[in-house]
Design a protein around this ligand. Structure first.
Ligand code: MN3
Length: 200
C-alpha cells in the first residue's frame, strides 16, 4: 500500500500565532511530502509492500534504515497534524484521559513538566511522547524518526522537536515551542481517541 500525504485537518493559518502558516507550509508540504516520496521509492521491492504502515515501521526497524526512517516519519507526521488543533492545549482533558494522567503520570502539572523536559532534553532531532505500554501511560523521548511502536508501546501524543518544526517561529527556543504546544495546541480529543484504541 503506497504512502500518501494526508491533507492538513485545518487551514494553514489556524494554529497561528503558536505555529505559523509558513511553518506548516514547509513542514507539511515539503518535509512530510519528502518522507512520503522517499518512503514510496524505498518501499518498492523491499518485501514490506502490502503491510500496514505500523507493520512497515516495526518490521523495517534494524534491517532497512532508509525505509524505516521515512515510514516512521510518515507515521509520526500523520498523527502530529491531528495532535494539534486551534484553541487546543491546557488542562481541558477528557475524563478517561484525565484519570489516566492522574494515576500514571502524577497529574496534569507533572505531565506538563515531564513532557516538556523530555522534548527539551532530546539531543538533536527527535520526538517526545505520551505512550501506552503495558496498559499504562509513559512519557518517552526518541531520536530522529524513532517512535514508541519500536519499543513495544503505542504513541497517543507526540511532539516533533526537529528544528524544522519550530525554527521559523521560535528560532532556537525549543522550550518556548514546547510550552506553546502543550498550553495552546494539543488536540486532547484526538489523544483520547488514540488512548481508547491503544487500551481497547
Ligand atoms: Mn517534522
Amino acid at each position: 500500500m503506497a504512502f500518501e500525504l494526508p491533507d492538513l485537518p485545518y487551514a494553514y493559518d489556524s494554529l497561528a500565532p503558536y505555529m505559523s502558516a509558513e511553518t506548516l507550509e514547509f513542514h507539511h508540504d515539503k518535509h512530510h511530502q519528502a518522507y512520503v516520496t522517499n518512503g514510496n521509492n524505498l518501499l518498492k521491492d523491499s518485501g514490506h509492500e502490502g503491510k500496514s504502515l505500523e507493520d512497515v515501521v516495526r518490521d523495517s526497524h534494524g534491517s532497512n534504515a532508509g525505509l524505516f526512517n521515512n515510514a516512521a516519519q510518515h507515521y509520526n507526521h500523520i498523527h502530529f497534524w491531528k495532535w494539534m488543533a486551534k484553541d487546543g492545549g491546557g488542562k481541558k482533558l477528557p475524563g478517561a484521559l484525565d484519570s489516566a494522567v492522574n494515576s500514571d503520570l502524577g497529574g496534569y502539572d507533572k505531565f506538563r513538566e515531564d513532557f516538556m523536559a523530555a522534548g527539551a532534553t532530546q539531543f538533536g532531532s527527535g520526538w517526545c511522547w505520551i505512550a501506552v505500554k503495558g496498559g499504562k501511560l509513559e512519557i518517552m523521548k526518541t531520536p530522529n524518526g524513532e517512535n514508541p511502536l519500536i519499543h513495544g508501546a503505542s504513541p497517543i501524543l507526540g511532539c516533533d522537536v526537529w528544528e524544522h518544526s519550530y525554527y521559523i517561529d521560535y528560532r532556537n527556543a525549543r522550550p518556548k515551542y514546547l510550552e506553546a504546544f502543550v498550553d495552546n495546541m494539543i488536540n486532547w480529543d484526538y489523544v483520547l481517541e488514540m488512548y481508547e484504541a491503544a487500551t481497547a
